[in-house]
Design a protein around this ligand. Structure first.
Ligand code: TRP
Length: 356
C-alpha cells in the first residue's frame, strides 16, 4: 500500500482569517488535502505566548469557531483533514518540555521573529513562554510525526529548529522522529490595505473572509494606492500598489488586469475606477463562500463536534508517539509505568469556582 505523506500545519486563533490567509495558506491546504494526510492545528497555546490576558482568553472560543467555519466554507473537507485543538492534546506540553532540554537559549534568542512578536505584543522583554514558541511548534509537528510542514516565511526559521531538535533527539536516544520537510507557500504574501508588506490579523489592514459586501466596499475605498498620484491624469505606479496586488491575486480576468495596469501607468484611469473593479472582484469572490458559511452555521454544534473528533484522533497519534519517545529516552521504566498507571483511575470533579 502506498503511504501518503503526512502534513501538519496550523493557525493561532488571534483573530478571524483574512484574504492573506486564503492566498498564503488556505488555498494550498485545500489542494494538499487530496494527496496528503493533513493535520490542521488550532494553536491556542501559541496564542497565549503573546495574548495571555483573561480578556483575550475569553475571546478564544468565538475566534476558533470563526476560523473553523472559514476552513470548511473555503473548502477544507473534514473527512480528509483532522482539525484539532492544541490545548486539548496534553502530550503537546510534555513533548515541548522534553525538547526544551535539547535547545540552547542562545539559539532561541537569536530568532528575530520572536523579538518582533514580543515588540508587537508590547511585552517588556522576552518571556520564557515566547522564547519556547518554536519548541512548542516542534512538539506539534513531531507529535504527529509529520513529513511535511507548509508554512509562510515568518515561520521558516522555526521549522529549521524542528529539524535540529528531531535530529538531536534521534541522535541521542535513537531513531524516533521523521525529520520533516518545509513546504513553502505557492504564492507570495498579500500586502495590507495600508500598503504594509503583509496583511495581519491585528494590524487593522486586513479584509476578512467574513467581511460583508459593505465592509469590503469601505475597506477598498480606503486603501493605500500610489501616494505620489494626486490626480487621475498623473501616471501611477503599479508596483507595490496593493490595489493591483489584490487584482492580480483575485481577478480571474487576467486581460482586464493587464489593461487596467497599462491605463494606470499611462495616467488614463483614476484610483476610484480601479478600486470599483476590485470591489466587485472581491465581493464576487467571497459571496459563494459566505453563502456556504451561513449554511454551515445553521448546523448546531458543528464546530465543537468536529474539533472533538479531530482532537481525539490527534491524541491517539500523540499517545503513540510519546510512548515511543519515552521508551527511547529510557523513561518508560517500571517505576514510571507504575506511577503513571495511577492516572488511569483518576476521576476529576468539574471545577465549579469554589476553592479546592
Ligand atoms: N506559528 C504558526 C502561526 O504563526 C502556527 C503554528 C503553531 C504552526 N504550530 C505550528 C504552523 C506547527 C505549522 C506547524 O500561526
Amino acid at each position: 500500500m502506498e503511504t501518503r505523506k503526512r502534513i501538519l500545519t496550523g493557525d493561532r486563533p488571534t483573530g478571524p482569517l483574512h484574504l492573506g490567509h486564503y492566498i498564503g495558506s488556505l488555498r494550498d491546504r485545500v489542494q494538499l488535502q487530496d494527496t496528503c494526510e493533513t493535520f490542521l492545528l488550532i494553536a491556542d497555546l501559541h496564542t497565549l505566548t503573546t495574548h495571555a490576558s483573561p480578556e483575550k482568553i475569553a475571546r478564544l472560543p468565538e475566534i476558533i469557531e470563526s476560523i473553523v467555519l472559514d476552513y470548511l466554507a473555503f473548502g477544507i473537507d473534514p473527512e480528509k483533514v483532522t482539525i484539532f485543538l492544541q490545548s486539548a492534546v496534553p502530550q503537546t506540553a510534555e513533548l515541548a518540555l522534553l525538547l526544551g532540554n535539547l535547545s540552547s537559549t542562545a539559539r532561541l534568542e537569536q530568532l528575530p521573529s520572536l523579538k518582533d512578536m514580543a515588540r508587537a505584543a508590547g511585552l517588556h522583554g522576552m518571556t520564557y513562554g515566547l522564547l519556547g514558541y518554536p519548541v512548542l511548534m516542534a512538539a506539534d509537528i513531531l507529535l504527529v510525526r509529520a513529513d511535511l510542514v507548509p508554512v509562510g516565511k515568518d515561520n521558516e526559521a522555526h521549522i529549521e529548529l524542528t529539524h535540529e531538535l528531531a535530529r538531536r533527539f534521534n541522535h541521542l536516544y535513537g531513531e524516533t522522529f521523521p525529520v520533516p520537510e518545509t513546504l513553502p507557500g505557492q504564492a507570495g504574501t498579500l500586502p495590507g490595505t495600508d500598503g504594509a508588506a503583509k496583511m495581519g490579523k491585528s494590524q487593522g489592514n486586513a479584509i476578512l473572509l467574513s467581511d460583508s459586501p459593505e465592509t469590503i466596499h469601505r475597506k477598498v475605498m480606503g486603501m493605500y494606492t500610489d501616494p505620489a498620484r494626486i490626480r487621475a491624469d498623473i501616471p501611477g505606479t503599479v508596483e507595490g500598489n496593493p490595489v493591483f496586488a489584490y487584482l492580480e491575486a483575485f481577478d480571474t480576468e487576467k486581460d482586464r488586469v493587464k489593461q487596467l495596469e497599462e491605463q494606470y501607468r499611462a495616467g488614463t484611469i483614476g484610483d476610484v475606477a480601479v478600486k470599483k473593479v476590485l470591489i466587485e472582484v472581491l465581493q464576487q469572490f467571497i459571496a459563494p463562500f459566505q453563502a456556504r458559511r451561513r449554511e454551515l452555521q445553521k448546523q448546531p454544534n458543528l464546530v465543537e463536534d468536529l474539533l472533538a473528533t479531530g482532537t481525539h484522533r490527534a491524541r491517539e497519534e500523540a499517545a503513540k508517539t510519546m510512548d515511543v519517545a519515552r521508551s527511547r529516552m529510557g523513561l518508560n521504566n517500571s517505576t514510571r509505568r507504575r506511577a503513571a498507571a495511577s492516572q488511569e483511575t483518576l476521576a476529576v470533579t468539574p471545577f465549579t469556582g469554589a476553592m479546592i
